[in-house]
Ligand binder design. Structure first.
Ligand SMILES: [Zn+2]
Length: 359
């Protein structure tokens, strides 16, 4: 495993020809992002003149799904890398905590946090862990279930085509739908484990959850620092498993990018590390990242619109739709598996950094 390190939290600056990396996002920028609606972001992109206006539901180029479906049917995509963000969990009802007017956002107001993302800023947490715990308390219980998109990715695995799934989400739904741990990179961590945020001494995840649920701050027995679930905050290192990308991406023969704004580094740049001949399929509500540029790179395919609809269309082309539905029904109707899975993955929360752009 590589000794490389990467930190979460840099934001792609599209005004510069180079990708700008910074240790932490600028509060002002994030605040602006969080306050923008999807349509505003879309319009803004158009105003910059980077690309022709694209209406959701249109495919650019035409037949993008057909092209990828054909490729897969021909057996030319056997090492598929999938990258996902918050957009894949919206159909599971994962709430966007920053949307003004929602219960979650309202709950945060009493803490007078300087900007919504401060709740995931490690320095802010160090000074005041309560806002994060308040949010975690709201989102911990397993009220959400994987949706069709998650099961499509699981089917890629069942068919032996999934090289790896890289998720920016911390809702645990990938695990819950049965994608095995070795096929999954939870790049922004999860609630499955917990540790002291200062000395990293592990702390039993279930005990941490109980403390948080009771409104208490779990405390490290070694240094008395606040314990937090191993969700990667801005300014924190990504998990070591993330660095599998250095081996995975050069091996990929198809890259699928779903439900992500591609605005958060290092994910935003990762998609450029596949070979230039490798097809890249963007399934998203809006056109993002390098897919905004015209002309598209040879082999790039964009399908805009409702993600679940697009994924189902692709599944139908592949002849997998019924199989996925059966798998989903079977898996979702196994009560024992629910209990087991819930206690393993321990909680669901929106990938909040992604969700402003995708929800
Ligand atoms: Zn400690």
């Amino acid at each position: 495993m590589s000794k490389a390190r990467a930190r979460r939290g840099a934001v792609v600056d599209r005004s510069s020809p180079d990708v700008q990396l910074s240790r932490a996002p600028e509060p002002g920028l994030l605040e602006n992002l969080s306050l923008m609606s999807v349509s505003e972001q879309h319009n803004k992109g158009n105003r910059k003149g980077k690309c022709a206006p694209l209406a959701p539901g249109n495919s650019v180029p035409r037949g993008a799904l057909e092209n990828i479906g054909r490729l897969m049917k021909l057996g030319r995509a056997k090492n598929i890398v999938v990258i996902v963000g918050a957009g894949i969990s919206t159909a599971s009802g994962i709430p966007d905590f920053r949307t003004p007017g929602t219960g979650l956002y309202a709950n945060l107001a009493k803490y007078d946090i300087p900007y919504p993302e401060a709740i995931f800023n490690i320095d802010y947490f160090s000074d005041n862990p309560q806002p994060f715990f308040s949010l975690a308390k709201e989102l911990y219980p397993g009220n959400h279930r994987p949706n069709y998109v998650h099961y499509f990715i699981r089917m890629l695995h069942e068919k032996g085509l999934l090289l790896r799934l890289y998720t920016q989400n911390i809702d645990g739904l990938e695990k819950l739908c049965g994608i095995p741990a070795e096929k999954l990179v939870e790049a922004h961590g999860s609630f499955a484990t917990a540790a002291c945020h200062l000395c990293y001494t592990p702390y039993p995840a279930e005990e941490a959850k109980q403390e948080i649920m009771m409104g208490r701050v779990p405390i490290c027995s070694f240094c008395a620092g606040a314990v937090k679930p191993n969700v990667v905050f801005f300014g924190e290192d990504l998990p070591q498993e993330y660095f599998q990308h250095t081996e995975d991406f050069p091996k990929a023969d198809l890259l699928m990018i779903m439900g992500t704004s591609l605005k958060i580094e290092p994910f935003a740049s990762l998609i450029n590390t596949v070979k230039s001949s490798v097809p890249r399929l963007l399934l998203n509500r809006d056109v993002v990242g390098p897919f905004e540029r015209r002309p598209l790179r040879r082999g790039d395919h964009v399908v805009l619109g409702d993600l679940s609809d697009s994924v189902q269309k692709l599944a139908e082309m592949l002849g997998w739709h019924t199989e996925i539905q059966d798998l989903m029904n079977h898996h979702e109707n196994q009560p024992t598996q629910h209990t087991e899975a819930s206690s393993n993955s321990s909680g669901e929360i929106s990938d909040s950094f992604e969700s402003d752009c995708m929800q």
